[in-house]
Ligand binder design. Structure first.
Ligand code: BES
Ligand code: ZN
Ligand code: ZN
Length: 451
């Protein structure tokens, strides 16, 4: 994805100005520029830009209104709006350059005529160019996987994505597929996925040196969430192709980690299933003995994410990694709590949560911690099993889901859990509608700090 950046130092300059700076700047410009901007009613409102011509009608510079010079998305309105060509900015941050790259993203798998469109390029001359391009590519992978319809992003397709990535970086991938899940003792992954013609599986990717700190990522890979027998209404089902967003996040994060060659021993576990309806579907009222030995009563087949994750978390903990991070489109309740554009996060170690908060701020990747409030655990009690998979009411639903997961994380393991939307429901500069990485860059920086 080097195509978003250029090394042409003679590129057209872009001037970023706040409304307050604009008037003073204007008085120092040539008459032609002043006349052009005044006559076109330019005001330097945030996001408003103007292409300023020279005597020959060529673009001499671009002026762009910004609200706050530190906002990483300032330049992101430009790549798709400016004529293709090379541009440069006097002063910009790595984050602003990253946003430029992210703004060049398009999902055109099913629009062949739109492929290979050229966008404006940003002059970027730094040791970090390769790193930046790698981050853009990693997030594009996450977005692409989420945007791909379920019919083309079933468990085997997620496995293919993992294998392609592994090949690129010399990682290894193994899979436990179908009835082997029962044989290898992954009963909940099997139960949720068994009704689908697209065989359920656990994908297991490993990379790095054994001497380095072990980090294990776990991603919810529900390729389509119909709700199961507790079927979702049409509106709630419409976007459930994105329910493998957790899987897309951990592969994007793994991509970043491997591209940056972080000194970690990486493991990625993805339980990949379709939550489908068939004669052999799991049912409300069923009891499943999980990998951990704990029994779970199915209160609601639509609370399937925590079921596939619990067996994967048990396996993750068995190797005692320094840190487990999971990503999941786990609850609608998390969206009620923090909205669609903030990643809700939980941790059994407040130091990790504080570090994450700091990285969330430094990367401008919003994440907000919610509490693992123990007293709510009783909402998951069952009269016939150790735990139920959902509570009677939806109150605190993101918290009860996280508490369910915590039951499967051994106390010695540091654990960070992200409940994410994984999807932009509205368009913003650099963030088109559709699949989105949320909390991923914050998590990457956290791992980089810890490694
Ligand atoms: N995949 C959904 C959660 C979801 C819905 C995330 C919409 C983002 C947007 C999950 O499997 C689910 O259905 N959760 C239920 C849990 C309930 C049955 C306890 C929910 O949130 O309603
Ligand atoms: Zn569900
Ligand atoms: Zn789901």
């Amino acid at each position: 994805m080097t195509h978003c950046f250029t090394n042409n130092a003679n590129a057209t300059p872009i001037i970023c100005l706040t409304a307050a700076e604009y008037n003073d700047w204007l008085t120092h410009q040539a008459d032609l520029t002043q006349n052009w901007l005044n006559n076109t009613a330019y005001q330097a409102k945030p996001g408003q830009f103007s292409l300023i011509p020279d005597q020959d009608g060529l673009i001499s510079q671009v002026v762009l209104g910004v609200e706050d010079h530190n906002d990483m998305w300032n330049l992101a309105v430009l790549p798709k709006s400016l004529p293709a060509g090379d541009y440069r900015v006097e002063q910009h941050s790595n984050l602003q350059a990253l946003a430029w790259g992210l703004a060049c993203y398009e999902f055109n798998r099913y629009l062949p005529s739109k492929k290979n469109k050229e966008f404006a390029k940003l002059y970027y001359d730094s040791d970090d160019t390769a790193n930046l391009s790698a981050q853009v590519a990693a997030i594009a992978l996450t977005r692409d996987m989420i945007n791909t319809p379920a019919s083309d992003m079933m468990p085997s397709n997620i496995a293919d994505a993992a294998k392609t990535l592994a090949k690129q970086f010399g990682a290894s991938v193994s899979e436990t597929i179908g009835d082997d899940l029962l044989e290898q003792n992954y009963p909940t992954i099997h139960a949720v996925g068994r009704a689908s013609i697209h065989t359920p599986r656990l994908i297991d990717m490993r990379w790095g040196k054994p001497a380095d700190k072990k980090i294990t990522l776990v991603g919810k890979g529900v390729c389509f969430d119909s709700g199961g027998l507790d079927i979702k209404p049409g509106k709630g089902m419409r976007w459930m192709k994105k329910d493998m967003g957790g899987a897309a996040h951990v592969l994007g994060l793994a991509n970043m980690i491997m591209a940056a060659n972080l000194p970690v021993q990486l493991r990625v576990l993805i339980p990949a299933v379709e939550n489908a309806i068939s004669d052999n579907a799991f049912r409300p009222g069923d009891v499943i003995t999980t990998r951990s030995g704990k029994t779970v009563e199915i209160d609601n087949t639509d609370a399937e994410g925590r079921l596939v994750l619990c067996d994967a978390l048990t396996e993750a903990c068995s190797e005692n990694p320094a840190l487990i991070i999971d990503f999941a489109t786990l609850t609608g309740a998390a969206r009620v709590a923090v909205g669609t554009e903030i990643a809700a996060c939980f941790s059994n170690n407040d130091d990790i949560a504080s570090l994450l908060k700091a990285e969330s701020e430094s990367t401008q990747d919003p994440a907000w911690q919610l509490p693992l409030h123990k007293p709510y655990k009783s909402m998951l009690s069952s009269t016939i099993a150790d735990i139920a998979n959902s509570a009677e009411t939806g109150y605190g639903g993101a918290i009860t889901a996280a508490l369910y997961l915590q039951e499967f994380v051994t106390n010695e393991c540091d654990w960070l859990h992200f409940d994410v939307m994984a999807f932009n429901t509205r368009e913003r500069p650099g963030r088109p509608k559709g699949g989105e990485a949320m909390g991923l860059r914050a998590a990457f920086n956290l791992i980089a700090k810890l490694s």
